[in-house]
Design a protein around this ligand. Structure first.
Ligand code: DGL
Length: 264
């Protein structure tokens, strides 16, 4: 049985986990999130790289991981070369789905919804230049949206008015929206409802799941053995995890355990 580590700053990577789990339910999953460093969209790049490297290498060793998914756009846009140089196992990253959104857009007007860091990254500028040079690409970098997804997974309802307020600048302007942060597919239905007018909403989850499948092979099809548990780790000593643990349980993930990592 293969073991996969999925990493994010918070609950966003769960949107990627869901896509992978649907296709490959027989793997063992270790989900880790760096809530002590959250939100990554507001961290300096050097700090983000250091934190990701530490947590990922610790868990790769502890759980004899076969493949790592950096299920965070903000981290993937800067950390992948370092991780790939350090680890001997495959490292899959996630980047904003600019290319399919640009292809899909009839009006050639695309909105990129991501973290404040991702909308400014050089990597993102290059993606747009390479795949959406025939489109107007509008950007919103929002940490509040990330927090709303965190709240939803802890049982709080999402305010459609607040969402509509964030999306107002794009009304009548775009016909495709890229969810360039893994937190946002968790509130995709609410985003669609708050936007009001019909719009294509594109994320990278399925592409990541397909990539993992092609790297680990079709051999892993079938149900997970009842003897196997999936684990969840966080980096902060957060005692208030009861509501989140309910969401994790519904996704077949274990309750949050703190890494208590002394490295920070
Ligand atoms: N889920 C993350 C992403 O895909 C980061 C959110 C954050 O911590 O700012 O970008």
């Amino acid at each position: 049985m293969k073991r996969v580590l999925i990493f994010d700053s918070g609950v966003g990577g769960l949107s990627v986990y869901q896509e992978i789990y649907t296709q490959l339910p027989s793997l063992q999953y270790i989900y880790a999130f760096d809530d002590a460093g959250f939100p990554y969209g507001e961290l300096p790049e050097t700090v983000l790289i250091k934190r990701t490297r530490h947590i990922v290498s610790l868990l790769v060793e502890r759980h004899h991981i076969d493949l790592v998914v950096i299920a965070c756009n903000t981290a993937s846009t800067v950390v992948l070369p370092t991780l790939r140089a350090e680890l001997t196992i495959p490292v899959v990253g996630v980047v904003p789905a600019i290319k399919p959104a640009a292809l899909m857009s009839k009006q050639k007007a695309v909105g990129l919804l991501a973290t404040p860091a991702t909308v400014e990254r050089e990597y993102t500028h290059q993606l747009i230049a390479q795949f959406a040079s025939d489109c107007d690409v509008y950007r919103i970098g929002s940490t509040r949206l990330v927090e709303m997804a965190e709240e939803k997974l802890r049982g709080k309802s999402v305010s459609l008015d607040e969402l509509a307020g964030i999306l107002t600048p794009w009304q009548g302007k775009v016909d495709s929206i890229v969810l360039g942060c893994t937190h946002f597919p968790l509130i995709k239905a609410e985003i669609a409802q708050a936007f009001g007018t019909p719009v294509n909403i594109v994320d990278s989850g399925l592409a990541i799941a397909n990539r993992v499948k092609s790297l680990l092979g079709e051999l892993e099809a079938g149900e997970q053995s009842a003897l196997v548990s999936n684990y969840t780790y966080n980096s902060a000593a957060d005692p208030h995890t009861a509501a989140l643990n309910l969401s994790l349980k519904s996704l077949n993930l274990g309750a949050v355990q703190s890494l208590n990592y002394p490295g920070f």
